[in-house]
Design a protein. Sequence first.
Length: 171
Amino acid sequence: MSLFERPHRLMSVSSVVMELKPETLREVDDYAVWMEKLRAELVKVYGEGAMSSDVVDITYATSDHPNRFSSRITESLFERLRDYKALLGKADSVNKEMAETTQLQQLIESAINENTEGAKALRQKRRELRNVKENMARLTRQAAELKYQLTCFSQQLTNVFNAEAVRVSFA
């Protein structure tokens, strides 16, 4: 599957401008894979001669400013994208754990309300409930911290997520 729209927007001796398919930069999370797909696209459209020059710079334009190629695509950009995806995974796992803990808390509370086993069992259930509530508080703090980090990353990567076209400059 190609990451680029055809026909390309512009081809000159020194650069190529290609439109990206939506969400392209979100899908690829490795710079080497990105460069491989980029080179494959250039060779497929322009032949081996297009790659006789080295790629000097890759910049992208967003949907807000489709003709302003001011941001560079670098290896560090893909590192930030990987970090963002890792945070998304952590947030999902914390949310799942919170849902499971909430269910456990509800089960323990209903067991306490329906207690027929005596005072010792009741104390044990209350202790267990206290531990579950402490765990829930920890998970809530962790979820809030992850949400904050995701918000920060999202703001940093907003332009990347809105990338509409790339300009590949040759030496």
